[in-house]
Design a protein around this ligand. Structure first.
Ligand SMILES: *Cc1c(COP(=O)(O)O)cnc(C)c1O
Length: 452
């Protein structure tokens, strides 16, 4: 039995997998925020270069990965898969637990899988500058890294509370050459408006997205880049699942359960969609589980409706599970899981019953994170720890049912920049927040009217 299942450089996938070619129903149209009509590629050109818009609406099953992108992927890909024997022993399960480790990238998470191709297509299309938002700083670091590789300028609007709490992520972005401001900032109309109402606003991803979108839309040389949610982002992340399928073959196994944490849905889709293809084809029947924090329970407690992607209502309307575009989450430590919405593709597949979802409060998640760190040695990102917790819950459930399962989860990043969160947990300072039902009902009243 192998503990570490590794692939060769030549096994880095040559194509991304596009699940749109296999899903039972076509995706719901994206609507123009002004007219309420389906948007056209021309509507998106101020924000994205054409190759990315084409990938957003592509229907072919496999999309070639440019050789230049594969070469950069080779800095850390293929990523290792581990059989978590020491974790299995620590929790005393009869099930087999595997994890795919995406924390080996230079930025420490799965996010460079998409920041690299996004920067590449921007460079190819003649754009000089990229504006983006970041919550915990993982996406900002990944984009700053990619921008530096392709000689692009990067402007990062970082959610104020994270800017204050996570100075090391800001320093990493600046080390890669990016300009970072706390959001809401004085640099945009959307930021100035929020600051006028609340000078101490903690910010939110929704606000930071408004700022980055406004920046990109008002400058000819600038694109906007998003680190999750959109179809092209999920597409780029499928390298995770494609490699994992090969690694499962080498291990002579196949997962009964495939688990990933879910903020906007990109690492879940990245690991899960290639396995979901088998499920849709009927050749296998894996359960795919999205795990979210109970303080931001988008799939488990949100509604499936058209909503804006940002607070200032600048983005197109997408049909997704949402807690409302003006949602400001509790300051939990898994910053990457605090978005009010979810990927339209993940939302649709969840709505159609092809994906499951679970929500857990942060204290049990941190407990499982330490069980993992003390058995497998890797300190997980708090986001990834949600997947670990679910894997442990599923293994224990199988034990109770007298079953032996194969469980695969994604370890989407390491937690070396999250030590303050671990310190809070160890000192007993972490508290659990449930997102109250009353707040969800209020937010529903503010959803845009589309008739859809
Ligand atoms: C950003 C991030 C997430 C959440 O984003 P998804 O798009 O849902 O994958 C999860 N884990 C890590 C380590 C992240 O950086």
């Amino acid at each position: 039995m192998e503990t570490k299942i590794i692939l060769k450089d030549s096994d880095i996938p040559k194509t991304w997998y596009n699940i749109i070619s296999d899903i039972p129903n076509p995706p719901q149209p994206v609507l123009h925020p002004g007219t309420g009509k389906p948007i056209t590629p021309a509507d998106l050109l101020p924000l994205f270069p054409m190759p990315i818009i084409e990938q957003e609406v592509a229907t072919q099953r496999f999309i070639p990965i440019p050789e230049e992108v594969r070469k950069i992927y080779a800095l850390w890909r293929p990523t290792p898969m581990f059989r978590a024997e020491r974790l299995e022993a620590a929790i005393g399960t009869r099930s087999r637990i595997y994890y795919k480790y995406e924390g080996t990238s230079p930025a420490g998470s799965h996010k460079p899988n998409t920041s690299i191709p996004q920067a590449y297509y921007n460079k190819m299309s003649g754009r000089k500058r990229i504006a983006t938002e970041t919550g915990a700083g993982q996406w900002g670091s990944a984009l700053a890294l990619a921008a530096s590789f392709f000689g692009l300028e990067a402007k990062v609007y970082m959610v104020n509370i994270s800017y204050q709490q996570k100075p090391y992520r800001r320093m990493l972005m600046e080390s890669y050459g990016a300009t970072v401001v706390a959001s809401p900032s004085k640099d945009t109309n959307s930021g100035r408006q929020i600051l006028a109402g609340d000078p101490d606003s903690p910010g939110s991803l929704g606000i930071a997205i408004s700022e980055a979108v406004e920046d990109a839309a008002t400058r000819e040389d600038t694109s906007y880049a998003l680190g999750s949610v959109l179809n092209h982002v999920l597409l780029h992340q499928t390298v995770i699942g494609l490699e994992s399928q090969e690694q499962m073959r080498i291990a002579n196994d196949y997962p009964d359960v495939v688990i990933a944490c879910c903020g906007g849905g990109s690492n879940l889709a990245g690991l899960g969609f290639p396995f979901l293809r088998d499920k849709i084809a009927g050749s296998r029947d894996p359960r795919i589980i999205a795990v979210e924090p109970s303080s931001c329970p988008t799939l488990t407690k949100g509604v499936y409706a058209y909503d804006f992607g940002d607070t200032a209502k600048l983005t197109p309307l997408v049909k997704m599970y949402t807690l409302g575009h003006d949602f400001v989450p509790a300051g939990i430590h898994a910053g990457g899981l605090r978005y009010h919405g979810d990927s339209p593709l993940v939302s649709q597949l969840y709505h159609e019953g092809l994906i499951e979802a679970q929500a857990y409060p942060q204290t049990v998640v941190f407990k499982s994170a330490l069980t993992f760190a003390r058995s497998e040695g890797l300190l997980p990102a708090p986001e990834s720890a949600h997947a670990i917790h679910s894997a442990i819950v599923e293994a224990k459930k199988a034990d109770e049912e007298g079953k032996e399962k194969t469980i695969l989860f994604n370890l989407s990043g390491h937690g070396f920049f999250d030590l303050a969160a671990y310190d809070d947990y160890l000192a007993g300072r972490l508290v659990d927040h449930e997102h109250p039902e009353s707040r969800i009902r209020e937010a529903l009243g503010r959803l845009p009217k589309t008739g859809g």
